[in-house]
Design a protein around this ligand. Sequence first.
Ligand SMILES: Nc1ncnc2c1ncn2[C@@H]1O[C@H](COP(=O)(O)OP(=O)(O)O)[C@@H](O)[C@H]1O
Ligand SMILES: [Mg+2]
Length: 286
Amino acid sequence: MSVINAADLHKKYKKTEAVQGISFEVDKGEIFGFLGPNGAGKTTTIRILTTQIKPDKGKAEVLGFDVRKDSHKVKSRIGVVFEDQNLYPRLSVFQNLLFFARLYGFGKERVEEVLDFVELSHRSKDEAQKLSRGLKQRLIIARSLLTDPEIIFMDEPTSGLDPHIARNIRSLIRNLSEKGKTIFLTTHYMEEADELCSRIAIINKGKIVKLDTPENLKESIGKTSLVIKTENGTPGNWESRTMPADSPETAGALQELINKGVKFKIETKKPSLEDVFIALTGAKFE
Ligand SMILES: Nc1ncnc2c1ncn2[C@@H]1O[C@H](COP(=O)(O)OP(=O)(O)O)[C@@H](O)[C@H]1O
Ligand SMILES: [Mg+2]
C-alpha cells in the first residue's frame, strides 16, 4: 500500500529548476531514501510533500490526501524534522514539547512518552539552548512524534553531526521504523542511505536518476569483484590485485596459484553506492 504518491512534480525558483518531473511511490513501513548531492532538489521535494510549498506542476498525495487541496489533513498526520526548525532556547526540554503537545490537544503524559522514546528524559528540565547538537536533534525528533504520525519526513537529519552522534540518530530512525512508521529521509550520505533505506531514489539536478533497493542499485553497475592477496616472498607481506568474481581469467589465476603452491587469501569487494552514483551521473559525489 502506498502512503506517498508523487507524480511529475515540478518546482522552479526564478531561473532555477529545482525539481523537474519527479515521480515515485513510497510504501507503508518503508524507510525511503532520497539521496543526492547539495542542490539536487531534495529539500524542495520534501517541502512540497509536507505542504510548505506548492508544486508548479504535478500532483502529490500523502496518505491519500492531495498536498495542494488537503494540506491541513496532510499536516495533521505527518511529522517533520527539518534543519531550520526552531526550538525555544530558554524553555526547558519538557516545556518545549509541552507547548507543542498542547497545540495538538495532548498533555504531559504524551511528552513523557516521546522523551522516553528518544532517551532524553534525563535532560527534561534543562534549557533547550544547553543541549548539544545531537541532543537538540533528538528533541526535534521527539517533537515530530507528539501526534503519533504515520509518516515522518526527515531532511538530512544527521547532516553535520559527529559520526557517533549520527549513528545514534540513525538507530533512533531504525527504532521508529520498527514501530511501523514510514520514514521519508533525505541525505547526502551514501553510507547512511545504504544502511537505513529499503529503497533509494538517487536524485541529481532535480531528477530521479534511478530508484531501487540498495542491493539492486549496487548490482546494477557491476558484479562483486575479488581481491586476491598473495604473499610476495616475504612472509606477512601481501600484494593484492582485484579481478571480477565470475570470470574464467580469475578462475585461471587462482588455479595457477594453487598449482604453484603460493599462499593466498581472497576477499570479496562489492560496489558501493558511490560507484553507482558515478556510473549514473558521470559526476563524483562531493
Ligand atoms: N528559495 C529558493 N530560492 C531560489 N533558489 C532556491 C531556493 N531553494 C532552493 N533553491 C535552489 O534550488 C535547487 C535545489 O535546492 P534544494 O531543493 O534545496 O536541494 P538539496 O536539498 O538537494 O540540497 C538549488 O539549486 C538551490 O540553490
Ligand atoms: Mg537540502
